[in-house]
Ligand binder design. Structure first.
Ligand code: BGC
Length: 346
């Protein structure tokens, strides 16, 4: 294992380049506690990057700060940017119409996180820490947030989240990596096979807010329960009102039996021979297929467009505070939040 540090843009952010003994490379930065690139071999041995990202901090700020970032305090949308807590109604920064998306504007994804590196013979960990002050974007409590990224010789990228607060608050972090296993970020992800161990998915409305209904996936474009995978283009081409609403997938899936021991989702590109497996102890995964319409982004010399990437955002179901049976995202003073997700190359 080897870890080196580089400057990441002109503003002083750092890029950590971690290489394992098989030559796979994970690049992460303290700007947004973010994954920047993940270089893995194709079946012919060529090293290719499988995550969407940019060359420096400035480009993320120019184009989109969510790519690869840690999202917090609350991933997804909070309806009407508010919550009725013990201490009355809390109002959050409304950065998408009346709603709060990904913790409000200028949240975790643009913070410069503190870092600590732990080197062991078969793994390297970068621990990112950020202290979110009481009242930031309307969220109560001084929150000490941590996410540890470990890259190891099993070709695994492991994300361990931890947090503490001094007052009751809401907390539901995730990571916003967009994957494309084809070896070329400009290729759509249509020909990727996807397996998701989820029997139900969350129905959304015109504002992309969950309606509260968890619908059975059986017989729908949301059925990815076949372990051998289903082509994403198969789902895209279904005449499903939920797919049409957002031109692809932008939906939460309720995992049937979340566990860090068993595969919860698998993405495969047969042409490159690359397979990515996800395990998590979080109860849900939001799958977003980069539904960006006419938009385009320059990335590492390629042009990324509609359906160029797919996210597997592990978390508690979005807008949980407003829906019965969606789980809890409350974090009380004295409690420690913990969640773990592993992405492994097979
Ligand atoms: C959301 C999308 C949103 C995107 C922003 C995803 O997590 O579900 O609706 O457009 O993040 O990058």
């Amino acid at each position: 294992m080897k870890v080196t540090k580089k400057l990441f843009g002109a503003d002083g952010a750092t890029l950590f380049v971690i290489e394992n003994d098989h030559g796979l490379i994970l690049e992460v930065t303290n700007f947004g506690a973010r994954i920047v690139r993940f270089l893995v071999p194709t079946k012919t041995g060529e090293l290719v990057n499988i995550v969407l990202g940019f060359d420096d901090e400035e480009s993320y700020r120019q184009y989109d700060t969510y790519f690869g970032a840690t999202i917090g305090r609350v991933a997804g949308r909070l309806a009407k940017g508010q919550y009725q807590g013990q201490a009355g109604v809390q109002h959050f920064d409304q950065n998408e119409g009346p709603n709060t998306l990904h913790g409000g504007a200028n949240s975790f994804e643009v913070k410069r996180w503190e870092t600590e590196i732990i080197e062991k013979p078969s793994e390297v960990t970068v621990i990112f820490s950020y202290r979110s002050p009481d009242g930031e974007n309307g969220f109560k409590g001084n929150l000490k947030a941590k996410v540890a990224y470990t890259f190891n010789n099993q070709d695994e990228w492991r994300l361990d989240y931890e947090a503490e607060t001094d007052q009751e608050t809401l907390y539901n972090p995730t990571n916003h990596a967009y994957f494309n296993l084809s070896g070329s970020l400009s290729q759509p992800i249509d020909a990727h096979l996807l397996y998701v161990a989820a029997d139900r998915y969350g129905v959304i409305d015109e504002e992309s807010l969950p309606t509260g209904e968890l619908r059975a996936v059986t017989g729908t474009a949301f059925d990815f329960t076949d372990e051998s995978g289903r082509f994403l283009h198969d789902g895209f081409s279904q005449s499903d009102q939920q797919i049409a609403l957002v031109s692809g997938y932008d939906h939460p899936f309720a995992l049937s039996a979340p566990s860090i021991e068993t595969c919860q989702a698998r993405l495969t590109n047969e042409a490159s021979g690359i397979t990515l497996e996800m395990r998590t102890d979080s109860p849900a995964v939001v799958i977003y297929t980069t539904n960006i319409g006419e938009k385009e982004f320059p990335m590492f010399g390629e042009t990324v467009s509609h359906h160029s990437g797919i996210t597997l955002e592990t978390q508690v179901l979005p807008d949980a505070i407003n829906h019965q049976g969606f789980g809890t995202i409350k974090l009380e003073a004295g409690e420690t939040f913990k969640a773990t997700t592993v992405f492994s190359i097979k």
